[in-house]
Design a protein around this ligand. Structure first.
Ligand SMILES: Nc1ncnc2c1ncn2[C@@H]1O[C@H](COP(=O)(O)OP(=O)(O)OP(=O)(O)O)[C@@H](O)[C@H]1O
Ligand SMILES: [Mg+2]
Length: 395
């Protein structure tokens, strides 16, 4: 497994979060793609080299794992601007969508092409080997979808060709996987809570307790039940409701009521989570309060999320604590806490730092996959020693 680079990738419905190598680099790419019919689209290529590649991902992907092979895509921020962009549909299977693979390959290729080995590549082709840790929703792992997902990744070479992307135009990356581990999302969150980067237990209190983990994402919410240091598959629940819809609703209403068009959901997140001047926007130069709008829409969503919690807690009455993770938890934190104080008073916990919530899965996959690599290389050393001893004694 020499020269295999570690990649831990969380292909979230809202955004891909990825950690690489010795954690010296990471990527955050909105999960949006748009099909292009031509490899020379009418996107502004003027001053291309001054632009950020991350904002101009334009690629062709060759892979037998894809339903539509050799298709051309805009990815991430560039796709968000296109009119035909697609985001994942809440009811769909992550493991069966081309979009999941396109996002995964795009993030790996971007890592490979920006690394120092890429500069010494021949004919603009970068050979990149990865040891991948990634995940799927519990629902899909339960149905065994992880097996096929893993083997199609392992089974072939996947090529990403950069088209009209600054700095990397014309480069090709051949992606090969030396090993792929697919973890169930809820379990990964648990690992991240109780273990450090060397998988030492950092939270003795927690490790043998029955706990719940409610992951509020962009398009979905998953509640995992952890018991006996494992996810209890039968108890876990997934709901097709995340925070994106509400963020979009807030954006719409701000436009209708104040005539101000915010660029993205990210702007809405900023308005409701920032430290200073929260719930305010500028309207024609005047500072304007939008608390009525944000409060009503977020409270509505928080109530639904609280109902999910109640429902799962009722069925798992011996749970000791519920941790809230995912970007949605950062957004809903105050509302959920207020509801909980008024209502059931469950033992619930949020993360102070919203980045910790958002990067939970990617960080967990990183811990798990680097531990796997460490153990594997120890095995190799052991095997080599055995071999040496054998050949030594036969002399
Ligand atoms: N600091 C932040 N930075 C980026 N997004 C944030 C932040 N805080 C909250 N959000 C919002 O949280 C939502 C969910 O983000 P998250 O990354 O957890 O979703 P996801 O994992 O991609 O989706 P899912 O879990 O449904 O697959 C997004 O709509 C995002 O706009
Ligand atoms: Mg998520």
């Amino acid at each position: 497994m020499t020269n295999s680079r570690i990649a831990a990738v969380d292909v979230g419905n809202d955004a891909v979060k990825a950690n690489f190598g010795k954690l010296e680099s990471s990527l955050y790419i909105p999960n949006v793609i748009a099909r292009d019919m031509e490899d020379r689209p009418v996107i502004g290529i003027e001053d291309l080299d001054e632009k950020d590649p991350l904002d101009n991902l334009h690629i062709r992907v060759h892979s037998p794992a894809l339903r539509e092979n050799n298709a051309i895509y805009r990815v991430g921020n560039l796709a968000a601007k296109a009119t035909n962009s697609t985001e994942l549909d809440p009811g769909s299977y992550k493991s069966e969508e081309d979009q999941t693979l396109v996002m995964l390959f795009a993030s790996l290729a971007l890592d490979a092409v920006s690394g120092k080995d890429a500069k010494s590549s021949k004919n603009n082709v970068v050979e990149a080997n990865y040891t991948l840790g990634t995940g799927l929703p519990l629902r899909e792992v339960k149905e065994g979808k992880d097996v096929g997902y893993r083997s199609q990744l392992l089974g072939s070479v996947h090529q990403v060709e950069f088209l009209v992307t600054p700095q990397y135009q014309g480069m090709k990356v051949n992606l090969k996987f030396d090993e792929v581990k697919v973890y169930p999302e809820g379990f990964a969150a648990y690992v991240n809570l109780v273990m450090d980067n060397d998988l030492n237990i950092i939270n003795k209190e927690l490790i043998d307790k029955q706990i719940l983990i409610q992951d509020i994402g962009g398009l979905s919410t998953d509640i995992a039940v952890i018991r006996n240091r494992n996810v209890d598959d039968d108890k876990a629940q997934g709901f097709n409701l995340g925070v994106s819809e509400s963020l979009e609703a807030i954006r719409d209403e701000i436009l209708t009521k104040h005539g101000v068009e915010l660029d993205s959901r990210r702007d809405v997140v900023d308005i409701i989570t920032r430290k200073n001047d929260r719930h305010h926007i500028m309207v024609k130069g005047s500072r304007t309060n939008v608390h009525d709008i944000t409060d009503r829409i977020l409270l509505e969503l928080a109530k639904k999320q609280y109902r999910y919690l109640r429902n799962v807690w009722q069925k798992n009455s011996q749970s000791e604590i519920c941790y809230f993770v995912g970007g949605g938890s950062a957004v809903l934190k105050d509302y959920m806490k207020t509801l909980n104080n008024k209502l059931d008073g469950f033992n619930i916990e949020f993360f102070e730092d919203e980045n910790e919530s958002i990067w939970m899965m990617a960080n967990a996959y990183y811990k798990l996959i680097s531990d796997f690599v460490r153990k594997n290389s120890k095995e190799e050393v052991k095997d080599n020693k055995k071999q040496e001893q054998k050949s030594g004694s036969s002399k």
